[in-house]
Design a protein around this ligand. Structure first.
Ligand SMILES: Cc1cc2nc3c(=O)[nH]c(=O)nc-3n(C[C@H](O)[C@H](O)[C@H](O)COP(=O)(O)OP(=O)(O)OC[C@H]3O[C@@H](n4cnc5c(N)ncnc54)[C@H](O)[C@@H]3O)c2cc1C
Length: 466
């Protein structure tokens, strides 16, 4: 093998996990290559996951805002758009993100190899390029950051032109009047908001008994209410028996005996780790039944010189966490041990309409653990900034220990929740006595702001103490 085909580290996959690792390793002075099976960098995050879904959601929420604001909406005219129209906005953001991410590799002189990687032995990979040619590369160490893909059960015909998963929905070219979304996890709920916001009749089939059951019950109830109020039909506790593609659309037969028909179906129920093409056995590795790899606290797999980060190792399966894991694995490879680790309370950002964000414990968790907590609430409708912006749907809830006043959890529902949560998170993460709810009543907030919700909620909670 040519000397130029040997690297200190080869990273497989250029999503946030791979990018974080490759950047950390090149900055540490190592000779690094990154392998990507698609024709551009950025990973599932940029091309099929986070970035497109958030761009679509943004476009839809602006349309809703326009149509509900009397300043813009005259003579009963309203703005109407279709999924294919708003896809062009998503595509322009994807292009900008791809160019930006490509520039990181160029600037840091990280070698980019396009093609699909598979191990041929513990220190060698074969990369199959688009034209079918194959080249061998070797490295002292590897980082597997190949991400995940939508789970596709064998009895669902994803080749049918009206049955989509969360990747293929981005090539939807007709304009459905009615969609069934199977799976009411984060991705299913976000797409339900997008389609309903475009005026598409939306049925959301949930295999569980409530929406997003990991959330605080009040927040999950609020989402169910707002979905119901906007016309999304939620069917809880249902499982499909058969999904039938027809000439006009799709019919889903549920185990409960119900049947539903729509123009198309988005199957968004679970994800699988991308390990099937890696020929892991040649490297002495095995993935579990969900295609995921097992790692230790340094992201080291069972084979000492092979590491893994991001969705391919499972929880929390977030772009935010994958990027951090990439940076930490670079430290582990450079120094033998990572300097930092993922924080315990990873915030949740859910870009439904309205938006949801949480950090820390839920009321259910605190009650089960018998922790004496109190609740402080603030309703957006009472905040001047929310009234000015016409965004009065929403609330902020702070859970705190009734004796120590330590902040235990923050749950936000409404416009910009994913941004608002970070104010509380910054205080919650403080050590010693600095992480109490008192901070919010002792500080001065800009006025009018959404951040003021913290002061209102803190006063509300402290007033409950006796
Ligand atoms: C619809 C949707 C919405 C989401 N929204 C959010 C959100 O709002 N916030 C958030 O934090 N997370 C979100 N996520 C999750 C987020 O996208 C993932 O957690 C993140 O992309 C994982 O990063 P990764 O680096 O592990 O993998 P990926 O981003 O999936 O990248 C993996 C890369 O590896 C490449 N690859 C795979 N196999 C090979 C091989 N054999 N050889 C070479 N290359 C290979 C792939 O082509 C891909 O480019 C969302 C996901 C989806 C699907």
């Amino acid at each position: 093998m040519a000397e130029s085909n040997h690297f200190d580290v080869i990273v497989i996959g250029s999503g946030p996990g791979g990018e974080g690792a490759a950047m950390g390793l090149t900055k540490a002075g190592l000779n690094v290559a990154i392998v990507e099976k698609e024709t551009s960098v950025g990973g599932g995050c940029t091309h099929w996951g986070t970035i497109p879904s958030k761009s679509l959601r943004h476009a839809v929420s602006r349309i809703i805002e326009f149509n509900s604001n009397p300043l813009f909406c005259h003579n009963n005219t309203s703005l109407h758009s279709t999924f294919s129209n708003i896809l062009s906005h998503a595509k322009s953001v994807i292009d900008k993100q791809t160019r930006l991410r490509q520039s990181f590799y160029d600037r840091n002189q990280c070698s980019l190899i396009f093609g699909t990687a598979r191990f041929t032995d513990k220190h060698t990979i074969a990369v199959t390029q688009l034209d079918g040619t194959e080249e061998l590369y070797s490295a002292d160490q590897f980082v597997i950051a190949t991400g995940s893909r939508p789970y596709q059960p064998k009895d669902v015909d994803f080749m049918h032109d009206r049955i989509y998963d969360s990747d293929s929905i981005l090539s939807l070219s007709h304009d459905p009047r009615h969609i069934i979304i199977y799976g009411a996890g984060v991705i299913g709920c976000e797409y339900a908001s997008i389609f309903r916001g475009l005026g598409v009749k939306t049925d959301l089939i949930n295999t569980r008994d409530r929406l997003l059951s990991f959330l605080d019950n009040e927040v999950s109830d609020a989402l169910s209410y707002h979905f119901w109020n906007s016309g999304v039909v939620i069917r809880n506790d249902e499982t499909y028996e058969k999904i039938e593609g027809t000439d006009q659309g799709v019919i889903i037969h549920l185990e409960s005996g119900k049947k539903m028909r729509a123009d198309c179906l988005l199957f968004a129920n679970g994800r699988a780790g991308n390990t099937d093409k890696l020929n892991l056995s040649a490297a002495g590795l095995n993935a579990d039944s969900r295609g995921q790899l097992n790692v230790d606290s340094n992201y080291q797999t069972d084979v000492a010189h092979i590491y893994a980060v991001g969705d391919v190792i499972g929880y929390p399966s977030l772009a935010s966490a994958a990027y951090d894991q990439g940076r930490f694995v670079a430290q582990a490879i450079e120094k033998g041990q990572a300097d930092s680790h993922l924080i315990e309370d990873i915030p949740t950002g859910i870009y439904t309409i309205p938006e949801i964000s949480s950090v820390g414990k839920t009321e259910q968790e605190l009650t089960t653990a018998k922790i004496p907590y109190e609740v402080g609430r603030s309703s957006f409708k009472h905040l001047a900034r929310a009234q000015i912006a016409g965004k009065d749907i929403g609330s902020l809830k702070i859970l705190f220990h009734r004796e120590t006043k330590e902040i235990l959890g923050i749950h936000c529902f409404g416009e910009r929740a994913a941004e608002i949560i970070h104010i509380g998170q910054a205080i919650m993460e403080q050590k010693g006595e600095a992480n109490t709810i008192d901070y919010f009543v002792n500080t001065t907030f800009n006025y009018p702001t959404m951040a003021e919700a913290y002061r209102v909620a803190a006063l509300n909670g402290l007033n409950r103490l006796f």
